[in-house]
Design a protein around this ligand. Structure first.
Ligand code: AMP
Length: 307
């Protein structure tokens, strides 16, 4: 079962209450690939990098079954750069710098070898480019999942609304759901966003878990209460990678299976935040993942005797 992933491969500068890094590998597609490759191979990556993106990182990704035929290398430009500072609660952050660099004239090309893929993960990227990838696919994938962020809502809302008409699942955080819908209530926001196109909506609430909306149904998955959250960067993308990775592995896109996929995504995200950048994602094993998923099951499992 193959999966196409689209998004940024980047450098990040991150400041959290616990530390600071000036230059670390990041990017939406990087995190998605690290997470999804635990469940499905090949992960067919579409992105763009500059001369400065580390070869060792590409080698790490390849080792995990990530195919990079769709990753363009621009020899005379820098990779995308993003910098953010987290607030004390680590649930919210301010973007300090977004340097598009190579992204400025990115025109993603879907390699022929990627055609026929059944799952498409549109990671956070310019909506116009997300749309271009959908339009290049000769056969519509079985499931298209889209991630986005407030940055694109601010500067490319019309394009974003066009993509929304073509996707099955949208992932946003609570603030973004409110911005997109103009509603404070997340239930009302969900109804409005689903009317824009996606049949399923996932609203991520950081350490407060995630909600899955579909028709009149809603499902809630908690986040694992962790003693230490070191760096939340990439948690959303890692969640997305685990979510679509599980769906692609099981080939089941029902609402019931999406509930499990949300737990898998939450488990993957819980690893991501334990270290700066994607470092923790490189260390974890199948056993670690299974144990973490079992922890989630224990967290929400209870008996009740009604009198
Ligand atoms: P997350 O914490 O899951 O929202 O993702 C953080 C990652 O998204 C970082 O590694 C950034 O490099 C990347 N990123 C930040 N801003 C953007 C943007 N506007 N478009 C695409 N990727 C971005």
């Amino acid at each position: 079962m193959s999966l196409i992933t689209v998004g940024t491969m980047a450098f990040d500068a991150i400041e959290t209450p616990f530390g600071k890094v000036d230059k670390i590998v990041g990017g939406s597609a990087t995190y998605v690939a690290y997470a999804a490759s635990n469940f499905v191979k090949p992960v067919q990556q579409i992105s763009i990098i500059g001369y400065d993106f580390p070869e060792e990182e590409i080698a790490e990704l390849k080792k995990r079954g990530v195919v990079i035929d769709g990753v363009e290398v621009v020899p005379d430009k820098k990779s995308f750069f993003w910098s953010g500072r987290y607030h004390i609660d680590m649930n919210s952050r301010d973007t300090l710098i977004t340097d598009l660099n190579v992204l400025e004239d990115f025109n993603p090309i879907v390699p022929d070898s990627y055609q026929g893929s059944e799952f498409l993960m549109l990671g956070n990227l310019m909506p116009k480019l997300q749309l271009s990838v959908i339009n290049q696919l000769k056969v519509r994938p079985k499931l298209i999942v889209m991630d986005t962020m407030n940055f694109w809502m601010d500067i490319a809302l019309d394009d974003l609304k066009e993509v929304l008409k073509k996707v099955d699942v949208l992932l946003v955080n609570d603030g973004e759901a409110r911005q997109l819908s103009g509603e404070v209530s997340l239930v009302k926001a969900a109804r409005k966003i689903i009317a824009m196109g996606p049949k399923f909506l996932i609203i991520k609430k950081g350490e407060h878990g995630a909600l899955l909306f579909h028709e009149n149904h809603v499902f809630f998955a908690p986040a694992l209460p962790l003693e230490e959250v070191f760096d939340p960067t990439g948690a959303g993308d890692t969640f997305a990678g685990g979510f679509i990775g599980h769906l692609a592995k099981t080939k089941d896109i029902s609402f019931e299976n999406m509930k499990t996929a949300i737990i898998v995504g939450s488990a993957m995200a819980s690893f991501c935040v334990e270290k700066f950048g994607p470092e923790r994602m490189k260390e974890i094993t199948k056993e670690d993942i299974n144990e973490r998923i079992a922890e989630f099951v224990r967290l929400v499992n209870f008996d009740i005797d009604l009198v």
